[in-house]
Design a protein. Structure first.
Length: 147
């Protein structure tokens, strides 16, 4: 019985080694690429050399750290001019809140919803979302569908 467990462990280790070898080979092949697209992640990861050149001609360079609001707007405008399709996100809670009218914001406030003054833990977040959903229903605010 002991030898069968040892054989099973050896077999599992061998399969794991084969799987890892395949994974590393796939990553190495992907890293080589064909030179036409970037291997980076993010919204501009798959742009061509021509599109990179177009962005450079419009004065767009890679920002150091997180781009500012002005840099994001410039990147979006340049991407549009260079025929680069940027992904459209659903937007976070703050982005959706910015789309509310003043009347809707006032209604949420009068129903006890206020912007948290600290990062919420899971329990606080669940309570906040329950309160927000109830207030939104009271105020007649419809949740926007995901893009």
């Amino acid at each position: 019985m002991k030898s069968s467990k040892v054989r099973a462990l050896v077999a599992a280790g061998a399969l794991g080694a084969i799987a890892l070898t395949g994974l590393f080979a796939a990553n190495a092949a992907g890293a080589l690429g064909n030179g036409t697209q970037s291997q980076r992640s993010g919204p501009l990861a798959g742009i061509t050399a021509e599109q990179k050149s177009c962005l450079a001609n419009q004065g767009i360079t890679r920002p150091q750290g997180r781009p500012t609001a002005e840099q994001r707007q410039a990147i979006i405008a340049a991407a549009t001019n260079c025929d680069i399709t940027l992904p459209v996100g659903r937007g976070g809670l703050a982005q959706r809140a910015a789309q509310l009218t003043q009347e809707q914001r006032d209604c949420l406030t009068s129903n006890g919803v206020a912007k948290p003054d600290h990062r919420l833990n899971a329990e606080e977040r669940a309570a906040f979302m329950t309160q927000l959903k109830a207030a939104a229903a009271t105020c007649g605010i419809q949740r926007t569908p995901a893009n």
